[in-house]
Each structure stands twice: as structure tokens, then as C-alpha cells.
Design a protein around this ligand. Structure first.
Ligand SMILES: NC(=O)c1ccc[n+]([C@@H]2O[C@H](COP(=O)([O-])OP(=O)(O)OC[C@H]3O[C@@H](n4cnc5c(N)ncnc54)[C@H](O)[C@@H]3O)[C@@H](O)[C@H]2O)c1
Length: 302
């Protein structure tokens, strides 16, 4: 139980309430601050918790216990005092976010981390003019935030590395899977990948290559299934015995510096996987096949 530890959500809309549910389900005292009618926020939390129970992501008792850790306020001091982490989930307006950070940091000092769920504002901009810029970073979730574990952490020029590591630990504790975006780029990492896929899909439909339904089926029953288990680079590496280095040789090329970079990265990635998800090439393939079969059963195809 982490009930002595407190996470604050500032802006309890779609994203904020989802993250609050994760935090409470993992035993954190969770306080939601919003300027709207707090009954609406409460209802939103109850609805999301119900979804978690219905889809099997939480047991009924666990959800009820989690809700006891949740409180709601329109008072900023009460919201942020003593918080380990403030997840800022306000509308995407730079000046609003910056002015709220000023109010938060006057109360908390430098010790509370501020993680913004911004989809597109660069962290160096967010921390401009802040009292303690080293504590401010982006922590971009993926919708629906109550179920999808991804959090992209990205620091600005003044964010301390130590604070990013601290935030990473806290997000792991609330069941998220944080990744670190090492450079500030528009759309961080994930939107960039998703835009590339979206643009190729739109192009295919626009040029009459296939129907909308077929492009979605192509992703769902092909690359999307593989990506869900082994991402992109590991997937390609598994496609050829010997991985990236062998792949280059297969096409009569000397492995390039990039091939070597990807090969070393994939090797480390495999070692870092949990044993039950496969941490050798053979066991990763076994786990992948099991996951495919489970997913196909849910699709009614097996
Ligand atoms: N919606 C998505 O798919 C998505 C995905 C990832 C990241 N994001 C980012 O998350 C953030 C929030 O997005 P959302 O979709 O949850 O928005 P939303 O409109 O659903 O929620 C915003 C909440 O902030 C509250 N709010 C407005 N002004 C406030 C103030 N001054 N003080 C306190 N609360 C205030 C609103 O009442 C509302 O409850 C944005 O930065 C967005 O870019 C959104």
C-alpha cells in the first residue's frame, strides 16, 4: 500500500480521471483538482472504475478500496501540498499550464514533480518562467489512459535527469510503462509513429489501393498483431534467423553502423524481457505465438 504517498491530478477530464484510477488502484492516495462541478468528476471516476471492473482490469473489492483513497477538491493548497507527483491534465493551452505551475510551486517548492500530459507542447516551453523548472516535464499518456500503460517522459532543457528517473519509478508503481524521449520533438515518439502509419493508410485509401475497412483489417490482423507483442524493431529482427546482422548479409550487404545499433538494441531488449514473456529468441517466439492465439480467440477467429 502506498496510501501515505499522494498523487495529485490537476484537471480531471478524460485523461486526468483515467490516470487517477490507475493511481488509486495501485494504492496511492489520489486527489483530483478541477474548476468544474466536482460531482461531475466524481461520476467520471465511478464510471471509469466500473469499466475497469467490467473488463476484468480490477476486481470489484479492489475498485471499492481504491475509491476510498480518492478525494476531490477545488482548493489548490489542499490538492498539491505534500504530493509526490502532480499530473497536470489541463486543456492544451500553454499559458494556462504555466500559470498553474506557478501556483503549484509556490505551495510545494521544488520537491513535488510536475508531469504534464501534454500531447504537443514542448517541455522547455512548459517550464519557461517556472520557479523550479527542474521539476517540470512532459508525461504523455495514450488514450484510454486508464487502460493503456504507455507514458512518454520527456524533459525540457532544465529538467533534472534525477527527476525524470523519479517520475519513471512512480509511473511504474502505478502500473504504467514509461519510456524516455531523449530529445524534445513535436509529437514526442509515439504520435510520430502513429502519424506515419495514419498518413500511409490515408494515402492507400485515397489512391484507391484498398477500402477503409481493408486498411484497418490489414493493420489489425498483420503488423498490428506483431507490434502488440514485439514492437517494430524486435519484430523485424525475429523475421530472420540471426536478426539485423544476418538480414543485411542475406541481401548481400555488409551490416551498416545502423544495423549494428539495432542488433545491439534488440539483444538488450530480449534480455530485459520478463522470463514469462520470453527472454531468448526462441522463448519470445513461443510467447508471441501464444499471444496471437489468445487474441485470435477473442476476435472469434480461432
Ligand atoms: N484526449 C486525448 O486523447 C489525450 C491523449 C494524450 C494526452 N492528452 C492531453 O491531456 C491533456 C488533457 O486532455 P483531456 O482530453 O483530458 O481534456 P479534457 O477537456 O477532457 O479535460 C480537461 C479538464 O481540465 C479542467 N480544467 C480546465 N481549466 C482548468 C483550470 N484552470 N484548473 C483546473 N482544471 C481545469 C476541465 O474542467 C476538464 O475537467 C491535454 O494537454 C491533452 O493534450 C489528451
Amino acid at each position: 500500500m502506498n496510501a501515505e504517498k499522494k498523487i495529485t491530478i490537476i484537471g480531471a477530464g478524460m485523461i486526468g480521471a483515467g490516470l487517477a484510477v490507475n493511481s488509486a488502484l495501485h494504492g496511492y492516495r489520489t486527489i483530483l483538482y478541477d474548476v468544474c462541478d466536482l460531482e461531475i468528476v466524481k461520476k467520471r471516476m465511478e464510471d471509469i472504475m466500473d469499466i475497469m471492473v467490467k473488463c476484468g482490469a480490477a476486481a470489484k473489492e479492489q475498485a471499492a478500496q481504491a475509491m476510498e483513497l480518492v478525494s476531490y477538491t477545488g482548493d489548490m493548497k489542499e490538492a498539491v501540498e505534500g504530493a509526490l507527483l502532480v499530473e497536470e491534465c489541463l486543456p492544451e493551452r500553454l499559458e494556462l499550464k504555466q500559470s498553474v505551475y506557478g501556483r503549484i510551486q509556490e505551495i510545494t517548492g521544488a520537491g513535488t514533480l510536475i508531469a504534464s500530459s501534454t500531447s504537443g507542447l514542448l517541455p522547455s516551453k512548459l517550464q519557461e518562467g517556472a520557479l523550479y523548472p527542474e521539476a517540470i516535464m512532459a508525461a504523455h499518456p495514450y488514450n484510454p489512459s486508464y487502460l493503456l500503460p504507455l507514458i512518454e517522459l520527456c524533459g525540457g532543457k532544465k529538467t533534472s535527469r534525477k527527476n525524470i528517473e523519479k517520475a519513471k519509478e512512480i509511473f511504474c508503481e502505478i502500473g504504467k510503462v514509461p519510456i524516455i524521449c531523449q530529445k524534445e520533438v513535436e509529437g514526442f515518439l509515439v504520435n510520430k509513429l502513429s502519424w506515419a502509419c495514419m498518413s500511409a493508410a490515408q494515402e492507400a485509401v485515397k489512391n484507391g489501393l484498398c477500402s477503409v475497412e481493408d486498411i484497418d483489417k490489414a493493420i489489425m490482423f498483420g503488423p498490428g498483431m506483431r507490434m502488440a507483442v514485439t514492437g517494430q524493431l524486435l519484430t523485424i529482427s525475429l523475421g530472420c534467423e540471426g536478426g539485423f546482422l544476418a538480414l543485411a548479409e542475406k541481401y548481400g550487404k555488409e551490416p551498416s553502423a545502423e544495423d549494428k545499433l539495432y542488433a545491439a538494441g534488440v539483444e538488450q531488449e530480449i534480455l530485459n524481457r520478463l522470463p514469462e514473456q520470453g527472454n531468448t529468441v526462441e522463448s519470445v517466439c513461443g510467447f508471441r505465438d501464444y499471444m496471437f492465439a489468445e487474441l485470435l480467440k477473442l476476435h472469434g477467429l480461432l
